[in-house]
Design a binder for this molecule. Structure first.
Ligand code: C5P
Length: 232
């Protein structure tokens, strides 16, 4: 499993995204396209970034009835992204349907990873709003286990959970971890954070980094710093 730094391109237009990516002369970072950018620009933004030679994680977090997810995944698969995702809360049947939809006629498919519990959900909101009365750490591991049983490749999780996910689901089960900050940086609205070096130590396979790179005075230098701490 190649470790990599994925830049969260949380911009609201293609113009801002390309102005940002143009700074990376000679380098082609792995980029994450989330709902904001995808809903603003549609599938063309995926095709254009792909054409420029970047790997793409399409972060649309699908959650619907199995048939709808299967058909939607078939459409996303044709965009030739490298990684995409869904909510494990959609059930094992939904996840299996997603794999079916995502698999191309030649048997290949993008990596498919599951969101377990969002890092914005805490024990209190899970119990009060969702009526799930188990410890949140157990719920995350149970959802990760379901994702593995359904044939998915990994989960999005907090870097603090990556080690336990590997223990439960195996070392080849991919962990993609947001919530990364430099030791001397602002943490913003993230609650539980780790540095790239700590995320490496604990065994994350991919770190997703947004504002510490996109809002940096020198985004390329911030990206290189992440790569140096995490990949080398
Ligand atoms: O700017 P920052 O580094 O906080 O960006 C983190 C990225 O990871 C954002 O795109 C955010 O939506 C995403 N993310 C997250 N926590 C999750 C899932 C996704 O921060 N549990």
């Amino acid at each position: 499993m190649g470790k990599d730094v994925i830049i969260a391109c949380d911009f609201d237009s293609a113009e801002k995204t390309f102005a940002f990516l143009d700074k990376f002369t000679g380098r082609k970072p792995f980029v994450k396209i989330g709902m904001e950018l995808y809903y603003a620009e549609g599938p063309s933004i995926v095709k254009e970034i792909k054409k420029r030679g970047h790997k793409i994680f399409l972060d649309l977090k699908l959650h619907d009835i199995p048939n709808t997810v299967k058909k939607s995944m078939a459409v996303l698969s044709r965009l030739d992204v490298d990684m995409t995702n869904l909510h494990a809360a959609g059930t094992c049947r939904m996840m299996e349907a997603a794999i079916e939809g995502l698999t191309r006629p030649d048997g290949t498919r993008p990596l498919l990873i599951a969101v377990t519990q969002l890092t914005s959900t805490d024990q209190e909101s899970m119990e009060k709003d969702l009526w799930i009365e188990k410890p949140i750490a157990d719920v995350v591991m149970h959802y990760a286990h379901n994702a593995k049983l359904a044939g998915l490749d990994g989960v999005v999780c907090s870097p603090l959970e990556a080690g336990k996910v590997h223990e439960t689901c195996g070392k080849d089960f991919v962990t993609v971890t947001p919530g990364v900050r430099f030791a001397d940086g602002d943490i913003g609205d993230q609650k539980r954070v780790m540095t790239p070096a700590q995320a490496k130590e604990i065994g994350s396979d991919y770190i997703v980094v947004g504002r510490p790179i996109t809002a940096a005075e020198d985004p390329v230098a911030a990206y290189e710093r992440c790569v140096n701490e995490f990949c080398d």
